[in-house]
Design a binder for this molecule. Structure first.
Ligand SMILES: [Zn+2]
Length: 82
C-alpha cells in the first residue's frame, strides 16, 4: 500500500513516517485547489483535503451500491455466509 504522508499548515508534516515540526508548512489540496488546514498524500507529490477525500469515499460507496445492488453476488454491505 502506498504510504500516506500528511501536511498540517503552520504545524509540520508526517512524511514517510517521520514527524517534523515546521511553521512554514502549507497544505494545499490538489483536487479543489485550495489552501487547507491539513492534507493527505494521494501520490505523485499531490495532496488532498478531508472533504475531497470524503466525497470520493461517498462516491465509491454510491457507485458500488448503484452498480451492484440487486445482484445476488453483490450485496454492498458485506458477504452473507452460510
Ligand atoms: Zn480539497
Amino acid at each position: 500500500m502506498a504510504e500516506v504522508n500528511v501536511l498540517v499548515t503552520g504545524a509540520g508534516s508526517v512524511l514517510g513516517g517521520e514527524v517534523s515540526s515546521s511553521d512554514d508548512v502549507k497544505a494545499n489540496c490538489a483536487l479543489c485547489d485550495s489552501a487547507v488546514d491539513v492534507a493527505a498524500s494521494i501520490g505523485d507529490e499531490r495532496f488532498a483535503c478531508a472533504p475531497c477525500l470524503r466525497d470520493r469515499l461517498d462516491a465509491m460507496s454510491v457507485a458500488r451500491f448503484r452498480l451492484t445492488a440487486g445482484r445476488p453476488s453483490g450485496i454492498p454491505w458485506g458477504k452473507v455466509t452460510g
